[in-house]
Design a protein around this ligand. Structure first.
Ligand SMILES: [Zn+2]
Length: 176
């Protein structure tokens, strides 16, 4: 029985580990950038995506945010020489028929593939951080933490939790 208990203990500990705060500096950089972008994203009903990082001299560098479609966005990967790369995207405007207050399963798969922390901003002003080490999405701020869609209605979907594994997100997608 012992090995099984050990495995269970690790599984139970994962969400707690995922909530270890990212560095305050990373958080500040992302909130500043996504405050502007989320307002535009909501106004235009378009996703925006991009990356930021540090160059070889330690200076902050950005990929110009890419304007995507209503429910998708594909940006170029950050140059390999960049350090501390963070990917991000926004989720456009509120749409009662489309659950975009949480990261999608594709968002998580993309994060695991790229290996960079990935921030997602939502129409309700939530900010999520997807951990590239385990694919767990943690709500770091919100709702209404970032500029939000005034039409956003929290009652349009089931309550949003503060953390999701990939599997939990997959299950949620089919039940709103
Ligand atoms: Zn997304």
């Amino acid at each position: 029985m012992k090995p099984l208990f050990a495995v269970l203990a690790v599984l139970v500990a994962l969400p707690a580990l995922a909530q270890t705060p990212e560095s305050p500096r990373e958080f500040k950089r992302v909130v500043k950038l996504l405050s502007d972008l989320n307002a535009r994203s909501v106004d235009e009903s378009r996703e925006y995506c991009g990356a930021l990082g540090r160059d070889e001299g330690g200076f902050e560098v950005h990929l110009a945010p890419h304007r995507g479609e209503g429910a998708s966005c594909g940006s170029a990967a950050a140059p390999r020489a960049w350090d501390q790369v963070i990917d991000y995207h926004t989720h456009g405007s509120f749409d009662e028929g489309y659950m975009n207050e949480v990261p999608s399963d594709d968002d998580v798969l993309y994060t695991l593939e790229r290996g960079n922390p990935h921030y997602v901003a939502t129409p309700g002003g939530r900010l999520w951080r997807i951990d590239p080490a385990n694919g767990i999405s943690v709500l770091v701020c919100g709702p209404r933490c970032l500029p939000f869609d005034p039409r956003y209605d929290e009652r349009a979907h089931r309550p949003v939790r503060e953390a999701y594994t990939l599997r939990e997100l997959e299950q949620r997608i089919f039940r709103r």
